[in-house]
Design a protein around this ligand. Structure first.
Ligand code: NAI
Ligand code: MG
Length: 355
């Protein structure tokens, strides 16, 4: 029987409520799918920071380097500045483990009310593929002549051929399993070096995938299309900054922050990939059992897919869709009265029917 060794990092706030529920659903999926999990729990968090002065131990990355995956809740809590918690835990994992793809599904499910008028379940179904390691988010830059009228500040963007090509290939490979349509986010009219280069690489990689539909939009009009024509898209590939914006806008147009899922992927599997919901630690509702566990559970489905357990991944996704469509056992953010555990239990109960 296959056994997957997974690092569970609940982190802060509602991470401590939704991760254990997500693990229960993963356990149920494993029993039905004929595989198993070996979980190791890590208390890396702002609470740990308050006690020890560090979000994780110095050899933290080495402790989890050989895991098959990382299942993370949320990181950040009042009392620790957000850039400290982010750069002390999430960013070192994303960069240290070359998780150069940030992947987010955007899917309108039955039972979820989209803020967009007149959209039917199933009419919006695409992925945002964000470059997660380079681009506009580099730490190369500096400031000169501080506090004087000559004050000057600059920050470099970094686009490498390897970095562009690999994330674009990932987008095409994903589209191969779907509608074979890839859209590129650009801004080559205003940003005159890096973005024309991005377009050039997109055109070059496109030639490796004959028969695929490709298009590209400047990021400004693309955000408008996400709202006005979300049915146009299948897989959207974007640089780090543009992808950051699109991967929040996408889930926002299909409903609650509580159900949005995400993954940080090292496609070559040289390092573990990390699966985490889009939402944060929600200090306003933490500790009350009000948190929606679906984002965490759906991220778990993405983990199952990455591990090669496609049937189990689909079953979890279908069980989520099933429970939402029936409208039972929903948490308050979805208009219901159930608590975190009750919603997760309902998804577990729906699993067998979808295997
Ligand atoms: P947040 O996502 O934690 O909360 C935003 C709003 O959505 C809150 O009203 C919250 O109650 C609600 N919400 C979030 N998740 C929910 C769920 N599962 N069920 C029901 N309602 C939910 O974002 P916020 O408040 O900006 O950040 C709080 C902390 O989380 C900060 O320290 C921030 O840095 C951190 N954060 C961490 C992220 C991560 O670990 N990747 C992502 C976003 C924020
Ligand atoms: Mg973001």
């Amino acid at each position: 029987m296959k056994k997957y060794s997974v690092a569970a990092i609940p982190g802060d706030g509602i991470g401590n409520e939704v991760v254990p529920e997500g693990q229960k659903v993963m356990e149920a999926a494993a029993r039905l799918g004929g595989f198993s999990f070996d979980w190791t729990h890590y208390d890396w968090s702002c609470e740990r920071f308050a006690k020890t002065g560090a979000m994780m131990p110095e050899d933290g990355l080495d402790q989890i380097r050989n895991k098959d995956a990382i299942y993370l809740g949320a990181v950040g809590f009042p009392g620790v500045p957000d850039h400290v918690s982010l750069w002390g835990l999430l960013i070192p994992i994303r960069r240290g483990f070359h998780q150069y793809v940030n992947l987010r599904p955007v899917k309108l499910l039955k039972g979820i009310e989209s803020p967009l008028k007149g959209r039917e379940a199933g009419s919006i179904d695409f992925y945002v593929v964000r470059e997660n390691n380079e681009g506009e988010y580099s730490s190369i830059g500096g400031r000169l002549y501080d506090g004087s009228p000559d004050e000057l500040v600059m920050q470099q963007s970094i686009f490498t051929r390897r970095g562009c090509d690999r994330v674009m290939r990932y987008a095409f490979e994903l589209a191969k399993t779907r509608k074979k349509h890839v859209t590129s986010a650009t801004k080559s009219n205003g940003i005159s070096h890096t973005m024309p280069y991005w377009d050039e690489r997109f055109a070059a990689i496109s030639t490796e995938y004959p028969g695929f539909k490709t298009d590209q939009f400047h990021i400004d009009i693309l955000t408008a299309h996400f709202v006005r024509n979300p049915d146009w898209f299948d897989v959207v590939v974007a640089s780090n900054l543009f992808g950051d914006i699109l991967s929040d806008l996408g889930p926002a147009v299909v409903g609650s922050i509580g159900i949005a899922a995400g993954a940080n992927i090292n496609p070559e599997k040289d390092y573990p990939s990390m699966f985490e919901p889009v939402h944060g630690s929600a200090p306003d509702i933490a500790g009350k059992g009000l948190a929606d566990p679906i984002g965490q559970i759906w991220s778990g489905a993405m983990m199952l897919r990455h591990l090669g357990e496609e049937a189990a991944a689909r079953a979890v996704e279908d069980a989520i869709a099933d429970v939402l469509a029936r409208g039972e056992a929903l948490t308050p953010d979805l208009g219901g009265k159930a608590n975190t555990r009750e919603l997760a239990d309902a998804i577990t109960a729906a699993l067998p029917a979808h295997f």
